[in-house]
Design a protein around this ligand. Sequence first.
Ligand code: IPM
Ligand code: MG
Length: 354
Amino acid sequence: MKYNIAVIPGDGIGPEVIKETLRVLDVAAKDTDIELNYTSYLAGGCAIDEAGLPLPQETIDGTKESDAVLLGAVGGDKWDTLGSDMRPENALLGLRAALGLFANLRPAVLFTQLTQACPLKPELIQNGLDIMVIRELTGGIYFGDKGRDDKSGYDTLRYSDYEIKRIAHVAFKAAMKRGKKVTSVDKANVLESSRVWRKFVEEVAEEYPEVTLNHMYVDNAAMQLVRWPEQFDVIVTGNMFGDILSDEAAMITGSIGMLPSASLGDTTLGMYEPVHGSAPDISGQELANPLATIMSAAMMLRYSLAQDDLATKIESAVDKALSDGARTKDIALPGEKILSTTQMTNAVIANMEK
Ligand code: IPM
Ligand code: MG
C-alpha cells in the first residue's frame, strides 16, 4: 500500500520533531508492504517569510489530495506583531476549516514511568490517567463573526444542531471503545450556545444507551481535572473550552511535550500534530521532546491509514524507551540523565528494532 503524507514542519521546534518522527515512521514501515511518500508544504511563520502569507493555496491543495497530514507546530514571536490576517496561527485554523476537521482528539495518558513528573499528588493518580479530550474544532467562538474598532472588539460564540450532533457522535463512539462515560463540558448556566449544546448532546446520547453522560460547567471541569482526574473518561466540549482544558489535561500527564493529537472529519483524511506549540525559546538546541509528534504519527497510522499494528509498534516502543529511563529535559527529574531530541528518537527506534 502506498500512502501520500503531507508534511508541514512549520516553525520553532516543529521541523526538529518532524524530522525525528519521519525517521521513526520509516523504521516502522521498513520490511512491510507499506510505502510512505512524504511531500513537504509551507504553513505558518515560515510560509509568511517564504511565500508572503501563512497558508499558501498550494498547501491547501496538497493537503487535500493527501491521505494524511503530519504537522509540527506554527508560530513564534517573530511574527507576533503582524496584522490579524497574517498571524501564523491562521494557517492552523485555515487548514482545519479547509479540510473539514471538526473533531479534535487529544488523549491525555499518564505513563506510569512518569508518575513523578505529574504535578498532582501521587494518591490522585495511583490508578493512572487516561482521558480522551474531544474538542469541537471548526466552530464556536474561533470561527464566529468577529470585529473591532478603536475602542472595542467582539467574537461570536454560536453552535448549531449539526455541529453539536456530529461531535457528540464522535465522543459517544469513542466512549463505547473505552470506559463508556462521556462528560460534556459547557457553561450552560450562562451561555445560550451552551444550552443548545446540552440539548443536542442529550439527543445523541439516546442512541448510546450503554454510555453514561454527565454535564459539567467548564469552571468546575477545570477544577475537577486537578482534584479528581480519574473520574473522567471522554470529555467532549466546544472549541475554546477544549483548547483550555486540553492544555490542563496535558500538564497533569507530566508534560505537554508528551501529548499527541488527531483532527478528523467525515473522511479518513486527518491532520496529526503534537499539542505543544513551536516553543521558539528552545528551538535549535536539541531540547525538544519528540514523543508527542511520534505518537501523533502513530495516531495517523491508526486513524487515517488503518495500520493499527504499526501504530501499536510505535506506541510500545515509546513505552519501552520510557521504561528504559529515556528522558528529555521536560520529563526528567533533577539528577536524571537528559537525552537530546535525536537521542530520544534513537531510544524509540532501538526498541522498534528489537
Ligand atoms: C491548539 C492551539 C491553537 C488553538 C492555536 C495555535 C491557534 O492552541 O491547537 O490548541 O487555539 O487551537
Ligand atoms: Mg491550545
